[in-house]
Design a protein around this ligand. Structure first.
Ligand code: SF4
Length: 247
C-alpha cells in the first residue's frame, strides 16, 4: 500500500450530486471491485492497482477553514471519490476535522460511508444542525459482499452502525447502490434504522468478471435491476420508508 501525505490546492469542490463535495483522500483502501472512482488514477498519476494507494490531503482542514468563509453555504457531500471513513481516517482524522469546521459554521452535510468508524464522530454529528449519515449497503448476503467489496466492512456492521446513529437521533439513509445479488431482501433489515433509502443499479463494467466467474450474469441484466428495484420500493412503501429509485 502506497500511502503519501500531499498538500492539496483546494478541498471544497463543486459537485453535481450535492452542491459541494469533499474528498479528504485520493484513493480508497476499501478497493471495491466495481468502484467507478478508479478513474482518478488517470489524473493523479498513480499506476498501482485501485485500493493500493492513498494520498492524504494533509492540509484539508486548513483549506476548509478558509474556503467556508469564501464560498456560499450549501450542502456538502463527504465523500464522492473515496470513503471518508476508510481505515486511514482512524489515524489522520481528516474527515473528523472537516466535519467539525462544517458543523461549527452551520453547513448542511451528507456523509456517505461503508464504515462504523463514523460512530467515533458521534459528538460532532449530534451537535450539528443539518447533518445526515448514509451507509452504503449493496446486498444482504455477506458472501456476495466479500466477492465485490472484500476490504469493506461486513454488512452486519453497517446495519448496526445505522441502528446506533438512528437511535441517537441522527438522520440516516441507506444507499443501496449498486444493487448486487442478494439486495432483494435488504429493506426488511433496514426497518427502524433509516429515514430513507436510495436505490441505483450497477452502472459500470469494472466488476463484470466477477459475474462471469461466479455465474451471476443474470444478476447483471436490465430485468434483474428493474425487478429488484420495484421489489425494494414496494417493501419500503409497506414499511413507510421513503424510497428514491433513481433509474
Ligand atoms: S468505498 Fe466507495 S470509494 Fe471506496 S472503493 Fe468502495 S465504492 Fe470506491
Amino acid at each position: 500500500m502506497n500511502v503519501k501525505e500531499i498538500q492539496s490546492k483546494t478541498i471544497l469542490s463543486a459537485s453535481k450530486v450535492y452542491n459541494y463535495v469533499i474528498n479528504p483522500y485520493v484513493g480508497c483502501q476499501h478497493a471495491c471491485h466495481y468502484c467507478y472512482a478508479r478513474f482518478i488514477k488517470r489524473f493523479s498519476g498513480h499506476k498501482e492497482p485501485w485500493g493500493m494507494f492513498v494520498d492524504i490531503k494533509i492540509n484539508a482542514a486548513d483549506l476548509l477553514r478558509v474556503e467556508v468563509n469564501k464560498k456560499k453555504c450549501a450542502r456538502v457531500w463527504i465523500s464522492g471519490l473515496c470513503d471518508p471513513y476508510q481505515p486511514l481516517e482512524a489515524k489522520y482524522k481528516l474527515s473528523r476535522k472537516c466535519l467539525e469546521i462544517l458543523a461549527y459554521n452551520n453547513w448542511p452535510v451528507t456523509i456517505q460511508t461503508r464504515s462504523s468508524l463514523v460512530l467515533r464522530d458521534m459528538d460532532i454529528l449530534k451537535g450539528a444542525n443539518d447533518f445526515e449519515v448514509g451507509l452504503t449497503i449493496t446486498t444482504a448476503d455477506d458472501e456476495i459482499r466479500k466477492l465485490f467489496e472484500p476490504n469493506a466492512p461486513p454488512i452486519k456492521e453497517r446495519l448496526s452502525t445505522l441502528d446506533e446513529l438512528h437511535r441517537s437521533g441522527i438522520k440516516t439513509y441507506a444507499m443501496i447502490a449498486p444493487i448486487l445479488p442478494g439486495a432483494e431482501t435488504l429493506v426488511n433489515a433496514l426497518e427502524g434504522k433509516v429515514d430513507y433509502v436510495i436505490v441505483d443499479r450497477m452502472n459500470y463494467h469494472y466488476a463484470d468478471w466477477i459475474y462471469t466467474k461466479y455465474r451471476l450474469e443474470d444478476k447483471l441484466s436490465d430485468d434483474f435491476f428493474q425487478r429488484t428495484g420495484r421489489e425494494l420500493a414496494y417493501v419500503c412503501k409497506k414499511l413507510n420508508i421513503a424510497c428514491n429509485l433513481t433509474f
